[in-house]
Ligand binder design. Structure first.
Ligand SMILES: [Zn+2]
Length: 130
């Protein structure tokens, strides 16, 4: 993810790596090229929207991505929801466990393993048993 600042208004924008060199339009209307180097290594939550840029401004100007809603609809349409739900619960528990270990200055490998078990369970419930 490339993070850069609009020269015109100073709004911080972010773009996917594959959009380097492409033109991006800021919320203020200024058009600029996406730089090759991100301005900061500070992680910013990735957006679901495949648009070439995302303003970090919390007020969205475009329609919100519907990815999670579509996933929820698909889940209700005959997928193995029980298995997927258990996978999510595993992921949540392991995430809490991992953060708790991290708060004590440690990295919990067991929590990471449990997280991936939950993740694979979710993925396999998407693929199988149709
Ligand atoms: Zn701007």
């Amino acid at each position: 993810m490339i993070v850069f600042t609009c020269q015109q208004c100073g709004t911080r924008l972010q773009a996917y790596d594959e959009n380097v060199g492409k033109k991006a339009r800021c919320v203020c209307g200024e058009v600029m090229r996406v730089p090759e180097v991100s301005e900061t290594e500070q992680p910013i939550p990735a957006a679901f929207d495949p648009a070439p840029y995302q303003p970090t401004d919390p007020h969205p100007t475009d329609s919100l991505p519907t990815t999670t809603e579509e996933m929820a609809e698909q889940a209700q349409e005959g997928m193995n929801f029980g298995s997927m739900a258990w996978g999510f619960i595993l992921m949540i528990i392991s995430a809490i466990w991992f953060v708790a270990a991290l708060a004590n200055g440690r990295t919990s490998g067991s929590a990471a393993v449990l997280f991936f078990i939950g993740l694979f369970r979710v993925i396999s419930s998407f693929q199988g048993e149709s």
